[in-house]
Design a protein around this ligand. Structure first.
Ligand code: CU
Length: 156
């Protein structure tokens, strides 16, 4: 099973390499490419907050499982609120994980599920390659879609 997963990972890397990421990545002692020091990324922490461009929508990453997020299947628990801190519920939210350096999305789109306490579960979050990931929450507030982005490094 393990060998199969490695093979799939190798094929995926081959399929989407050749992007413009080389200058932004640093090669570690082991020869693996790391994005930890990429200026675009934020180190994971519980309670990580990100905002829409106009600051009217805030997404708080309450917790990630596992944490920090890994190369593989992740589960996030978030809260979505307005600029006054009031929870935003019962509105459509799409999530799109994307690798900006490779130009491809996640293989599976996560599902958002509201919880009784007003938070949301996000799963499965399939970050299937090591590198920089941009996880965007598209929050539909009336006719307007507010985008809130988390940019993180997934280590190999
Ligand atoms: Cu990729």
């Amino acid at each position: 099973m393990h060998k199969v997963l490695i093979l799939i990972g190798f094929l995926t890397v081959t399929a989407c390499s050749g992007g413009s990421s080389a200058t932004a990545d640093a090669v570690s002692d082991t020869g693996l490419v790391s994005c930890v020091h990429d200026p675009r990324v934020t180190p994971y922490q519980d309670g990580w907050k990100a905002f829409s461009a106009d600051k009217s929508v805030q997404v708080t990453l309450l917790s990630a499982d596992p944490k920090p997020p890994i190369h593989g299947t992740n589960h996030w628990h978030v809260r979505i609120s307005d600029e006054k801190g009031k929870d935003l519920l019962d509105l459509p939210v799409d999530v799109s994980p994307f690798m900006p350096d490779h130009g491809h999305p996640a293989s599976v789109l996560p599902t958002m599920t509201t919880q009784t306490d007003g938070s949301w579960n996000v799963e499965p979050l399939e970050l299937f390659m090591a590198g920089v990931w941009r996880v965007t929450f598209h929050v539909h507030v009336g006719a307007i879609v507010q985008d809130v982005e988390f940019v993180l490094c997934v280590e190999g």
